[in-house]
Write a protein that binds this ligand. Structure first.
Ligand code: ZN
Length: 269
């Protein structure tokens, strides 16, 4: 739940008074537009209708992301002068949950949400809020991509027709890796899909997996019936879907040069 107050505030420059929304708590899962406002530095920003002066209205602000399960609590630096703020924390910087949530029911309510509500990341700088939120979003995305690949590979192990395979692609560049065919986790990257620099890095990548050379293949094209000849980097992960998923993401990062939170699309055939 997001929480705000409407206050009539005077402009720090011209003194014009106007209604201003001050957010105390933003739940960006329920209200994603508030996340956008944070990244445009518009959250709790006073904008004078008369003189166009902009000023940040300093007050405590809780940022809460239920999907990614984290929260960030901003306090204005001047709040450090305040004994009441210090009262809310234990000496190792953790929230004093009894003090803050009041009774046991509220504490266990907060714990039910996964416990992260009782362990907000504390900051005293609004710019730090943007940085920290980006940091957590990227960590989440990295996990999500790997989990997505893992699910597809588990499904491949169970699907098990001779033709089945999984095609993983970064949609903008169309760079890819594939697994299959059939019911096994053989990771394949045809040499023709790689630039010469990528091929060098792919060599090192597959070397570390214990593969010496790209493998020759002669595969019939299911559409034309023609046989294609070529070379492909290949490694068999047997039943190791976890290791295979990790390797697929690592290939996008180490060989293709994407960030570790690369967004991928998966086709399951
Ligand atoms: Zn003004």
């Amino acid at each position: 739940m997001s929480r705000s107050q409407q206050n009539k505030l005077p402009c720090p420059k011209c003194g014009h008074k106007q209604d201003t929304t001050i957010w105390e708590s933003v739940n960006v899962t329920e209200a994603p537009e508030l996340r956008e406002q944070l990244f445009k530095a518009e959250l709790n920003m006073f904008r004078c209708e008369k003189c166009a002066c902009k000023a940040f209205v300093s007050g405590p602000l809780l940022y809460h992301d239920m999907t990614r399960e984290f929260c960030v609590q901003y306090y204005p630096p001047e709040a450090l002068q305040d004994g009441e703020l210090l009262q809310q924390f234990t000496k190792d910087g953790k929230l004093n949950v009894k003090e803050v949530f009041g009774d046991i029911a509220a504490v266990s309510g907060a714990m039910r949400t996964g416990g992260y509500m009782t362990e907000p990341h504390i900051i005293f700088d609004m710019e730090e809020m943007q940085r920290y939120v980006s940091f957590r979003e990227r960590l989440f995305q990295r996990e999500a991509s790997e989990a997505q690949v893992y699910e597809a590979l588990i499904a491949l192990l169970h699907r098990g027709t001779e033709d089945s395979f999984v095609f993983i692609q970064e949609p903008r560049s169309e760079k890819f890796v594939q697994f299959g065919r059939g019911r096994f986790l053989g990771m394949d990257v045809p040499c023709t899909a790689l630039t010469s620099e990528e091929a060098d890095r792919a060599s090192r990548f597959f070397n570390e997996l214990g593969e010496e050379y790209p493998r020759e293949y002669h595969a019939p094209d299911p559409k034309t019936g023609k046989t294609h000849h070529g070379a492909t980097f290949h490694h068999d992960f047997a039943q190791g879907a976890r290791a295979a998923a990790r390797a697929a993401i690592a290939f996008f990062v180490n060989v293709y040069g994407f960030p570790s939170d690369v967004e991928i699309s998966i086709e399951e055939h």
